[in-house]
Design a protein around this ligand. Structure first.
Ligand SMILES: [Fe+2]
Length: 317
């Protein structure tokens, strides 16, 4: 089974997005989009513009950005592949704006009106991806949005070969700088329950918008409680975090206090510059090759392998 993963694409600065052609050539079975499928607050729009929008104007704006992404021919050709199933989570830029924390915004009436349209647009995007972007699967403009659409929240999907993909919602419950919460206690408990209910030999892929460990920017390190809970989970389960956000790639292993490992594969910047529209052009994506014995990892930058590794499923080393 081949599982491709990627994140961070913007369709104005990067209308062609050839990373999707590279992924399509490998004919993956699964594609995981790890957030920032559009930049609502960049590449021709700004954070202050977004913050001053009415709910309706923001719905139109966000819908237009994702519609434009969906219309990229390379993206469409990949997602339409008949063997492929695509799953997407959101991060800050396809939620609201850079660093936006749902738990803070919910308490600010001059901003909280933007959350319902954002949820509705993202739910429509997920629905269209599930339909392999078949014509009409993404609603046309003007976008008629349902103000009662729930947040994406947590869900998981069995991918086969005893691999469970955990899709997290890293924005709805996040507090300022993640100090109190990243995913929030309920979502952490749901992940733990799913891991404990699964066969002990299951490989758990945790899809996370933000990286587990970083020297700057958003990271799980900001939230001691959830960082510790994820480490504790990895002491008893085979966990590989897939993350995005940083407009770069990384492959990391964390040795835990009981001698076991937590692994993280990061690929961010499918079609974006280092600073969205400024800096080096990124063409990054990753691929897992899963069989009964191992999880092979390749992470590509500009068409060449930047990182490669392999995890033994039995020993998780
Ligand atoms: Fe990004």
């Amino acid at each position: 089974m081949r599982i491709a993963f990627a994140s961070c694409m913007t369709s104005f600065r990067f209308p062609d997005q050839s990373a999707w052609d590279e992924i399509a050539a490998r004919q993956p079975d699964v594609l995981v989009l790890l957030g920032d499928s559009a930049y609502y607050d960049a590449d021709g729009a700004s954070m202050s513009q977004v913050k001053s929008m009415s709910a309706h104007d923001f719905a139109v704006h966000a819908h237009g950005r994702l519609a434009r992404q969906i219309a990229r021919p390379s993206f469409q050709a990949l997602v339409a592949q008949p063997q492929l199933t695509t799953h997407a989570i959101w991060d800050d830029h396809d939620f609201l704006w850079n660093g936006a924390c749902g738990a803070e915004i919910a308490g600010q009436p001059h901003l909280s009106h933007l959350i319902p349209p954002s949820r509705a647009v993202f739910a429509a995007y997920r629905k269209a991806l599930a339909a392999r972007l078949a014509p009409g699967s993404f609603p046309p403009a003007p976008f008629m949005w349902d103000a009662t659409t729930p947040e994406p929240g947590y869900s998981n999907v069995a991918l086969g070969q005893n691999v469970l993909l955990h899709l997290t919602d890293g924005r709805s419950y996040k507090t300022r700088r993640g100090r109190k919460a990243l995913l929030g206690a309920a979502q952490m408990s749901a992940i733990e329950a799913a891991c404990n209910a699964a066969d002990p030999s299951t490989v758990h892929l945790i899809a996370s918008g933000i990286v587990f460990d970083a020297r700057n920017g958003e990271t799980w390190l900001d939230c001691k409680d959830e960082y510790g809970r994820m480490q504790a989970l990895a002491m008893n389960h085979r966990i590989l975090i897939l993350s995005g956000d940083i407009h770069d790639n990384n492959l990391a292993s964390y040795r835990l206090t009981n001698g076991r490992f937590l692994f993280e594969a990061t690929s961010s910047g499918a079609a974006v510059c280092t600073a969205v529209t400024v800096g080096a052009e990124q063409r990054n994506w990753g691929l897992l090759n899963v069989d009964a014995n191992r999880v092979g990892i390749e992470i590509f930058k500009s068409g060449v392998t930047q990182y490669a590794g392999s995890i033994d499923r039995a020993t998780w080393t």
